[in-house]
Write a protein that binds this ligand. Structure first.
Ligand SMILES: NC(=O)c1ccc[n+]([C@@H]2O[C@H](COP(=O)([O-])OP(=O)(O)OC[C@H]3O[C@@H](n4cnc5c(N)ncnc54)[C@H](O)[C@@H]3O)[C@@H](O)[C@H]2O)c1
Ligand SMILES: O=C(O)C[C@H](O)C(=O)O
Length: 354
C-alpha cells in the first residue's frame, strides 16, 4: 500500500475538520498538516446561539467536557471568531463553527445533544413573557432544523420564556412527526443553583452540600422552591421561608437589574447549562442515578408541562419523579404557579396553531 502522502493527510484532516461547510478561516490560512486519524469517542454537541452572552461561556465549558468529541457552534453572527478562539483550547472536542441559516442544517446533522440559548434577553422592567414575540419564532425555526437534521437528539432549551418555548418546541416536533417527550428538556438548573446558593448562605454551609428541588416553571411565581424537601434535612423560620422563596423567584430579575440594561444572567446560566448538559451526557453514556430538575412533558399535575426532578437516562427524561409531600405554604404556591403556567403553555401551543 502507498504510504499516505502529505497532501493526502492534509486533505483527510481538512475533511475531518469540516465535512460541510468548510470552517471559516482567514484568507490564506490552510488547515494544519497534522496526522489525526479521526475523532475521539464521545458525543456530538451543538450550541445554537453560541456567540451570545450565554453561548460563549457555555461553548467554553462544553469544550472542557471530556464526554464531548465534536462541538458545533451555531449563531447568526460572530461564530467565526468564537469558534477560532474556543478551538485553540487543548481539550479533546473538535470545534466547528456555523454562521447563519444557510449553515444550520450542517450544524445540526449528526448531533446527539442540542443546547439552545438563542434569543433576546430581558432588560429592566420586562417580564420573560415580554420576550415571547421575538423568541418564539427563533425557537420554532431552530427546532424545525432539529426535527429535520437530528430528530433523535436530546434538546436542552434555555431561550425564554421557557414556560412557553418548550411547548412551542413540542408542537414543532409533533408537526414534524419526530416528537418524543423524553428528548425535550427545558433548562431550569439556574433556579436550583440559586436556591442552593441562597439556602447555603442562610444555613452557613457550603452550597455544594445543598440540594433544593425547584419545581413548576421558570418565571416569577411559577418558580417554586420546595424548602420542606431541602437536602440535608433542615427547618426554616417563616421569615427565612418568605425571604428565600422571594429571592429564588426573583433571582433572574436581581441580575437583570444589576446589569442595568446590559442583559440577563449569562455566566451563572452558562455554568448551569453546562452542568445540566453534562448530566444529560452522563445519562446518555449509561450512568445510573442521574437526577436533575427540568421542565418537561409531565403527568405530575394536570398541566402538560411541569418542572420536577427527572431521572435522566440514555433516551433523555426517562422518569418524571413526583412532587413529594408539600406543606401548606408550598401547596398555595403550587396553585399560583399552575394558574400562570397554564396560560404560558397555552400561549406557546396557540403560537404554533394559529
Ligand atoms: N433558562 C434560563 O434559566 C435562562 C437563563 C438566562 C437567560 N435565558 C435566556 O437565554 C436567552 C439568551 O440569553 P443571552 O444573554 O445569551 O442573550 P444574547 O443576546 O447575549 O445572546 C443570544 C444569541 O442568540 C443569537 N441568535 C438570535 N437569533 C438567532 C437565531 N435565529 N439562531 C441562532 N442564534 C440566534 C444572537 O445572535 C445572540 O448571539 C434569552 O432568551 C434569555 O432570556 C434563560
Ligand atoms: O431573568 C431572566 O430574564 C433570565 C433568566 O431567565 C434567569 O432566570 O436569569
Amino acid at each position: 500500500m502507498q504510504p499516505d502522502s502529505a497532501s493526502h493527510r492534509i486533505a483527510r484532516v481538512a475533511a475531518h475538520l469540516s465535512p460541510s461547510p468548510r470552517p471559516q478561516m482567514e484568507e490564506g490560512v490552510r488547515p494544519a498538516p497534522c496526522r489525526a486519524k479521526g475523532g475521539a469517542p464521545g458525543f456530538k454537541v451543538a450550541v445554537l446561539g453560541a456567540a451570545g452572552g450565554i453561548g460563549q461561556p457555555l461553548s467554553l465549558l462544553m469544550k472542557l467536557n471530556p464526554l464531548v468529541s465534536v462541538l458545533h457552534l451555531y449563531d447568526v453572527v460572530n461564530t467565526p471568531g468564537v469558534t477560532a478562539d474556543v478551538s485553540h483550547m487543548d481539550t479533546t472536542a473538535v470545534v466547528r463553527g456555523f454562521l447563519g441559516p444557510n449553515q444550520l442544517e450542517a450544524a445540526l446533522t449528526g448531533m446527539d445533544l442540542v443546547i439552545i440559548p438563542a434569543g433576546l434577553p430581558r432588560k429592566p422592567g420586562m417580564t420573560r413573557d415580554d420576550l415571547f414575540n421575538k423568541n418564539a419564532g427563533i425557537v420554532r425555526s431552530l427546532c424545525e432544523g432539529v426535527a429535520k437534521c437530528c430528530p433523535n437528539a436530546i434538546v436542552n432549551l434555555i431561550s425564554n420564556p421557557v414556560n412557553s418555548t418548550v411547548p412551542i418546541a413540542a408542537e414543532v416536533f409533533k408537526k414534524a412527526g419526530t416528537y418524543d417527550p423524553k428528548r425535550l428538556l427545558g433548562v431550569t438548573t439556574l433556579d436550583v443553583a440559586r436556591a442552593n446558593t441562597f439556602v447555603a448562605e442562610v444555613l452557613g454551609i457550603d452550597p455544594k452540600d445543598v440540594n433544593v428541588p425547584v419545581v413548576g416553571g421558570h418565571a416569577g411565581v411559577t418558580i417554586l422552591p420546595l424548602l420542606s424537601q431541602v437536602h440535608p434535612p433542615c427547618s426554616f423560620t417563616p421569615d427565612e421561608i418568605s425571604y428565600l422563596t422571594k429571592r429564588i423567584q426573583n433571582g433572574g430579575t436581581e441580575v437583570v437589574e444589576a446589569k442595568a440594561g446590559a442583559g440577563s444572567a449569562t455566566l451563572s446560566m452558562a455554568f448551569a447549562a453546562a452542568k445540566f448538559g453534562d448530566a444529560c451526557l452522563r445519562a446518555m453514556r449509561g450512568d445510573a442515578g442521574v437526577v436533575e430538575c427540568s421542565y418537561v412533558a409531565s403527568a405530575v399535575t394536570e398541566l402538560p408541562f411541569f418542572a420536577t426532578k427527572v431521572r435522566l437516562g440514555r433516551a433523555g427524561a426517562e422518569e418524571v419523579l413526583p412532587l413529594g409531600p408539600l406543606n401548606d405554604f408550598e401547596r398555595a404556591g403550587l396553585e399560583m404557579a399552575k394558574k400562570e403556567l397554564m396560560e404560558s403553555i397555552q400561549k406557546g401551543i396557540d403560537f404554533m396553531n394559529k
